[in-house]
Design a protein around this ligand. Structure first.
Ligand SMILES: Cc1cc2nc3c(=O)[nH]c(=O)nc-3n(C[C@H](O)[C@H](O)[C@H](O)COP(=O)(O)OP(=O)(O)OC[C@H]3O[C@@H](n4cnc5c(N)ncnc54)[C@H](O)[C@@H]3O)c2cc1C
Length: 396
């Protein structure tokens, strides 16, 4: 096994695992104000890190693949950080080492983990026959193949999305909008495509108000999407899926957007995890196990402030994470950060329309889609560097 460690005589090393929403902000801030003598390393399997808030817009055809990605390697370079394109697969707290897929072992004095969460297709057969929305590059491969299939072959095609949260609903509506448009552009009958949504709970969008739920139930009904609630998926094979009530639903494509949990490689790390495998952290974003190890975004579970997994939280944790890493590296006391209890979610319906949800608020409009578009593009612009590629990539 090869090893990479701090240079002899150099200052402390900070290793960032994952290029999630919090770490891109850490890199941006460290790029503006470096800490003298600190050796900074970023480990990520993807050079281009996706922004999932714009994924439905990409699927719907409003954005290109590169519109929704940040060039992590260039961002790292601008922060004078080493970028290692690899995946972490193990962590040794005692020896202060991260082990990577390639066999590389990287030493650290401070560590920060922002690797997101992954939906787990846990029903029998699902791992082989359904595709999870994350990692996004793998979902994208399947999505591009599906687009091609729709373009090339006629006949009936049944697409099922499992997961009635905002991600599942948005993604399904975006897919339907795009695939129907493709059919229409080719002079085909768009009604040959059938769409189904399966939700384990009694309602879709369980963390949103009844008003928002009702709006989306109406949108789904108007667009001819079959909705199955109280319908946990218990088995999947190449021809369809079975729900808890024993009913069989034929499906040609099954997309999994639910049941996220932490990765297996953290389980043996010695870090305290919650029941879903997420790292338990304090208000300072330090893990409860080790003050030299920080975590943010979906992978982190704030012990005193449990919140649903959302990109908004990961984004908001970026600045306090950067500040506390800086304080920790320079021997100053870290500060507490308190997440908001409620935030505004803008949930799109694929056709350049969005619904604003916060508390009991639930209003919809085209202008809200334009607000979302403006907010998302502004977010992405913060991480663009002169000369970044735009408008190309493995997308459509
Ligand atoms: C379709 C969809 C739409 C969504 N829309 C919204 C929205 O509009 N608003 C909102 O608030 N939330 C939204 N979400 C939720 C949002 O995606 C997540 O909460 C958010 O991505 C979490 O950000 P993160 O920084 O924790 O991780 P991520 O954005 O998932 O980033 C994790 C990074 O870590 C890397 N990584 C993974 N494993 C390893 C490893 N072993 N070693 C090194 N690197 C690794 C990954 O490659 C990735 O680059 C949506 C989710 C979906 C599925």
């Amino acid at each position: 096994m090869s090893g990479v460690s701090g240079r002899p005589g150099a200052g402390p090393s900070l290793v960032l695992i994952g290029g999630g929403h919090s770490h891109v902000e850490v890199l941006r801030r460290f790029g503006r104000h470096a800490i003298a003598g600190v050796e900074l390393t970023v480990i990520s399997p993807d050079r281009y890190t996706p922004y999932s808030g714009m994924l439905p817009g990409y699927v719907a055809g409003h954005y290109s693949w590169s519109d929704v990605h940040i060039d992590l390697a260039r961002l790292a370079r601008s922060a004078r950080a080493r970028f290692i394109q690899d995946g972490a697969k193990g962590l040794a707290l005692r020896s202060r080492t991260v082990h990577c897929e390639s066999g590389l072992a990287i030493d650290w004095d401070r560590l920060s983990i922002n690797v997101g969460s992954t939906p787990r297709p846990e029903a029998p057969g699902a791992a082989g026959h359904a595709v999870a929305v994350k990692p996004i590059y793998r979902f994208n491969e399947r999505w591009l193949a599906l687009l091609e299939r729709v373009r090339r072959a006629g006949g009936r095609l049944r697409i099922a999305v499992v997961g009635g949260g905002a991600g599942g609903v948005e993604l399904l509506l975006a897919m339907q909008f795009r695939l129907r448009n493709e059919c229409t552009a080719l002079g085909q009958d768009a009604d040959r495509l059938e769409f189904m949504l399966f939700s384990r709970g009694r309602h879709i969008l369980p963390t949103h108000s009844p008003r928002v739920r009702l709006r989306f139930q109406r949108v789904l009904a108007r667009r001819g999407i079959a909705l199955y609630c109280d319908a946990a998926v218990t088995a999947v094979d190449e021809s369809g899926l079975r729900t808890r009530d024993g009913q069989w639903h034929p499906a040609d494509e099954v997309i999994w957007v639910t049941g996220a949990s932490g990765p297996d490689w953290l389980r043996g790390s010695g870090l305290a995890l919650d029941s879903l495998g997420f790292i338990q952290i304090r208000e300072s974003l330090q893990t409860i196990t080790d003050p030299d190890v920080f975590a943010a975004g979906d992978i982190a579970s704030m012990v005193r402030h449990p919140r649903e997994k959302a990109g908004v939280i990961a984004v908001r944790q970026g600045p306090p994470l950067a500040a506390n890493l800086r304080r920790s590296l320079t021997g100053r006391p870290v500060r507490a950060w308190h997440p908001q209890r409620h935030w505004l979610a803008l949930i799109s319906t694929g056709d350049r329309y969005a619904v604003a949800s916060r508390g009991s608020l639930g209003i919809g409009g085209r202008w809200l889609w334009h607000c979302k578009d403006w907010i998302d593009r502004r977010f992405m612009r913060r991480y663009r560097l002169p000369g970044d590629r735009t408008g190309s990539g493995p997308g459509t």
